[in-house]
Each structure stands twice: as C-alpha cells, then as structure tokens.
Design a protein around this ligand. Sequence first.
Ligand code: HEM
Length: 482
Amino acid sequence: AYRVWFHPLASVPGPRLAGLTYWYESYYELLHRGLGGQYTFKIQRLHEEYGPIVRINPGEVHIDDPCFYSQLYTYRDGFDKPEHLKWRFGSPSALFSTPGHHIHKVRRSAQDPFFTKSRILKLAPEIQVKADKMCRRLAKDFSDQQIPPTSLPNSLSTGTLEFLDHSMFESPFVKAIRGFKDIAHPCTQFPWLARIFASLPSWVVRIIQPSMSCVMDFQDEMRLLVRTAQAEVNQHAPDEKDIKTDRTIFHGILRSDLPKEELEVEILKDHAVSLIGAGIASAQWTLTVAFYHIISNKEIACRLKDELETSMPDEDNIMSLEKLMQLPYLMSCVEEGLRLACGQMTRSPRIPKKPMQYGKHFLPPDTLISMDTWHMHHNSALFPDSFAFVPERWLDQPLSPAMYQSRPLRYYMVSFGKGTRHCIGMNLAYAEITIGLASLIRRFEWELWETSHADVEVVRDLIAPEVVKTSKGVRMLVRLGK
Ligand code: HEM
C-alpha cells in the first residue's frame, strides 16, 4: 500500500505492478521471450503509453527526453550509482561499479591521464601495427574463406598481439566476457548471488557454474598481471624512470599518489578486468555493426572505398590516426556505427543527493533516475529512420531540429555516456574503430556470406553479438577476396 499510494513516486505515471514490486522488472530481465534482457524495450513501450517519465520499479523512474540527458549525466555534480549494481559484472571495485561519487573521483583521477587524446594519438601507431598484422594474416590464411568478423576487432582491442595468432582470432578473453554477460542480469536482479560466488573458493564455483570457469581464469590472469606490475615497480625507487615500470596503466597507477588501500591486488584486478572487458566488448560490437552495414550497402562501401583510395593511394601505408580522423566519410561511418551499436544499451541509473524536478514531477533526493542510449539514439526526431545506417546524417556538422534547441547533432550522441562517469576509453575506442575500419576496407574486398540484417539486430540488451549468435544460431560470415 505504501509503494502504490503513499510513496513519493506514487504520482509518477507507469504500470501499477511496476510500482508495487521489483519482480515486474525481474520478469523482463530474466524470463521474457525466453531470453531475458528485455526491460529496455519494454520501457520504450511504456514511454509510448505513459509519456516521457515512467516509474519503472518501486524506487526508480526512467526519462525519455534528450534535453534532460545532460542534467542527469552532469560534469558539474557527480552523482552516486546504486549500490546493488556494484556486483553486476563481478568486479565490485572497478570504476563503473563504484557507487560513491567521491571514491569514484579518486579512482578515476589515477586512470584519466592514460586515456587523454594526446596519449592515444601517441599509442595509435601501435594499434596500426596490430591492424597491419591482422591484415597480413587475413591475406595469408583466410583469402577467399569465411571468417566471423566479430572476431577481428578483438585483435585490436586487447592491447596484446597474442590473439592474432589464435585460430579464427578466437580468444579466451572473449569467452570470459560472454561469461560475464551471462551472469550480469541475474546478478543485477539478485546481487547476493554475485556476493555468494565471490565468497566461494574458485574450484567450487567452477563445479556449480561451469560457464564461470573462463571468468575465473580471466580474473586469475589479471591478478597475475597486477602482481607482476607490483614486483617490477617495487624494484625501482619511486622517482626512477625505467622503461619497464612505465609499461602498463597498472605500473602507472602503482606509482600514482592513490592511498595505499586503493593499490590492493583485488582492487587493481577489478580495474584490469573492467578495462579489458569494457574495451573489448563495446569496441568489438561497434566495429561489427559498422562493418556489416558498410559491406551490405554497395553505395556506402564504394563511397568509403573511394575516399580511402584517394587519400591513401598506397594500401600498405595507412595514414596516421590524426589524418584518418579528418576523412569526413570514414568518420561519418564511425559515428553511425557508434550510434547504431548503442554502446551500453541498458539504463544507467544515478542517485542525485538533491531533489530534481522533471515537468510537474518532484523527484526527492535519493530517487534512482535513469536514461539510456537506446532511447536517445532511436529518437525519431533527432535520427529519422533510426534503424537505418545512414553515414550522410553526420556529414557537414548537422544541427538538431529546433525542438531540440538546434544544437550540433553530436550533442545527442551518447554512445560513451556523459558527465563525470563518461567512458574513460572513448579516445581509445575511436582510435581502434577508425584504424580497424580504414585498414579492413582499404585493403580488401568483402562480401557477405549467409548473413542478413537479423544477424546484427539487437535482440537483448547489454550489447549482444554473441547473444545474437546463440539465440539465432547464425554467425555473420564474410568472404575475403583481395
Ligand atoms: C565503442 C566502444 C565503447 C563504448 C560504446 C563504451 C561505452 C561506455 C559507456 C556508455 C560508459 C558509461 C557507463 C555508465 O554510465 O555507467 C562507459 C564507461 C566505461 N568505459 Fe567504455 N565504451 C567503449 C570502449 C571502451 C574502452 C576501449 C575502454 C577501455 C579502455 C572502456 C572502458 C570504460 C570504463 C573503465 C568505464 C567506466 C568509467 C567510469 O565509471 O568512470 N570503454 N563506456
């Protein structure tokens, strides 16, 4: 009775059942359509019925209004994230899992310097080396064969060349990420489940939940990586410059001014898991979506190829990232890929400490308020025919319609989120996707193989190439012929 009639959110529109019980959300996230991961799409239908603000569970409202995005995901006041999401990906101390704004700020300040634009521009030649190696392997071993292109981007994303040597570019990391995705929804709905998994010895978890084995292996590998960095840093005085101790972001964090408790192995292991996991999954999916749409549309493919051939007559010399980023059609394809891939599709709740107002609705402090990329990127006023891949919509720096204040259209592209918790890897992701697309399209001819639009359709939230594969039983295959 309290939740339905007397709760401060009781007057916010929405289905009565959603205001009454969290089981409403759990049903859509775990069971609906036999897939789970459906609440994002259900919320879209609820907005059609109830308007731009909907109460989606007893303590949370969802807003579908592009103008409100920057108010919620703000750079000015950092908001907390809900405590129960901390366990979602089994890395409770990772940046995106950290609930409190203040501790998040401390952790983030140690990692930010590694992802600045200038740092990534310096790193770009290394990414190009990987892209070159990937292309050489394609030319040598896969000419005129089918390959699943979802595997290609892994090679660029992980910061290691080792994957490029795996058959079909298959990688153990990708299996681990799939494992995380399998448990993410159950662990969001029942956070105690993740805590139980975390407290059990790993051999017990492996027996009761075999799909977690690769996750555990991945975590062990990350612990080892952190311990190695610790040992190398401890061998040198803090002010000593040494090539070995500048090798990875973890060497850098260990040499930062973070308080001692922030440098514990388990915390750094969580950062490692999240940086590599987030880095692989989203960039891989975005490149896959862009790649599919480009090769499935002859006009787009020809226009892009023309631009690349004109600017790089010698295919062996892909131009620098800085110059690639000045190619208008290539960058429009990158933007459109990012828009359609949607990044992290699920809503990202924030907890303002001060009251907020949305229209006539007063939202008291500590209310969970959320928005998501899916609703932003499929807003038909901003992005007409929003499910179509139209790079042209990004050419010549377009503006949004007057109802959205005629701002640059890019203002409403939120693949990387906004505010104090926006994606730390944004510059790296742009670099990987741009270099990846330019190298693959400039150097080869591609043809779709037993692949249709359904193979890149999102059927479940939380990003989904593997989910699409398993749920539909098909893979996106292309044939390579130089
Ligand atoms: C196309 C590629 C990518 C997309 C679409 C993407 C998307 C996002 C989004 C939307 C967020 C905000 C999540 C939230 O509001 O809670 C985020 C956060 C994050 N991303 Fe990415 N990401 C991408 C690539 C990367 C890469 C390459 C890395 C790693 C280097 C990375 C690491 C992170 C981390 C660590 C966070 C948490 C930041 C924080 O809470 O301060 N991401 N990402």
